[in-house]
Design a protein around this ligand. Structure first.
Ligand code: DGL
Length: 227
């Protein structure tokens, strides 16, 4: 019997589930599975080698199952490891979440874009590089929020002290006059509503949501995947 088209969503922690919910609500016709490595999360404070090794283990497991497309919902993985995997396993289909966010942010921002992400994502400079490829009139202000993914993973995302921690970074970015804020971490999706209500003048770009938009474009171009 012919198996249906299946998309696997890979993330460093259980919040990749949010990416799944958004994608599934737009493409209910496909089958989905998640590979959420919450045992080893958070990835954001790990070394490049550790992130690569953990992600390769995950991908190999998925390719051993029925898997036509891996969506990497984790910005930390997309910052560096994803390109290495795409080069090493060039016959496999792997899609990331950074370029979709960069495309949306440069479209909607007048010029100054803020970003919060893990230490690894920010230090990699990946967002900076991708923005520079698309636009020379946009400037990025990126801040690492090293504890935040851990707080979300631990279930204290909206604890008053966690929100004070988050707001401190947002204020620092607002001092730079940003008009757009990229949530460059799957886990930060839980703050989408909070930030939209508290900072209504900021345009919020959430990597879990932008990935869905770009997936649609990708699937239009790759109809061979469904044959
Ligand atoms: N999911 C990861 C990301 O999008 C962050 C969490 C972690 O540090 O593992 O960057």
């Amino acid at each position: 019997m012919k198996k249906s088209f299946k998309i696997w969503i890979l993330d460093s922690g259980k919040w990749g589930y949010y990416a799944l919910l958004d994608i599934k609500s737009h493409f209910p016709q496909y089958d989905y599975e998640t590979y959420l490595d919450y045992v080893n999360a958070p990835y954001g404070n790990k070394s490049s080698e550790e992130i690569y090794t953990l992600t390769e283990v995950g991908c190999l497991e998925l390719w051993g199952k029925w898997c036509q497309l891996i969506l990497i919902a984790c910005n930390t993985i997309c910052a560096e490891t994803m390109r290495k995997l795409q080069d090493k396993y060039s016959d496999k289909k792997i899609l990331g979440c950074i370029i979709p966010s960069v495309e949306v942010a440069t479209e909607i921002s007048q010029g100054k874009i803020g970003l919060i992400g893990t230490k690894f994502t920010v230090n990699s400079g990946k967002y900076q590089k991708e923005i520079a490829k698309l636009s020379d009139s946009h400037k990025l202000f990126a801040l690492a929020t090293p504890e935040l993914a851990g707080y979300v993973e631990d279930g204290i995302s909206h604890h008053p002290e966690t929100l004070i921690y988050l707001d401190r970074y947002i204020w620092e970015l607002m001092e730079k006059d940003i008009d757009t804020l990229i949530l460059a971490c799957t886990h930060y999706t839980v703050y989408y509503e909070y930030l939209t209500i508290k900072y209504p003048h900021l345009k919020i770009v959430d990597s879990a949501r932008t990935q869905t938009i770009k997936l649609w474009e990708y699937l239009q171009k790759h109809s061979e995947l469904f044959l």
